[in-house]
Design a protein. Sequence first.
Length: 95
Amino acid sequence: MSDLPVRQKKPAEVRTITFDFGTKLASGDSLTGSATVTVPSGLTAASPVRSGNEVNVRLSGGTDASDYTVKCSCATTNGDTLQLSMLVEVRENAN
């Protein structure tokens, strides 16, 4: 069992997932620059879009009944690099 946040999608869907860095940022710190999203083979990610303390990325593909760990990294104005991970479950019967 994973402690990662979980999102579901169907294999044929294109879904946007959001990484919220708000709770990881130090007081007065904010995201800066371009975010990097890493996905395993079989899942496709479009270019991530940073908005405030969040990074949005559109995912497509995936094999039914497969789980994928998606990672997002972004630099901050304080010079840190933060990373969040999310488990994406691909299920034909997903809502």
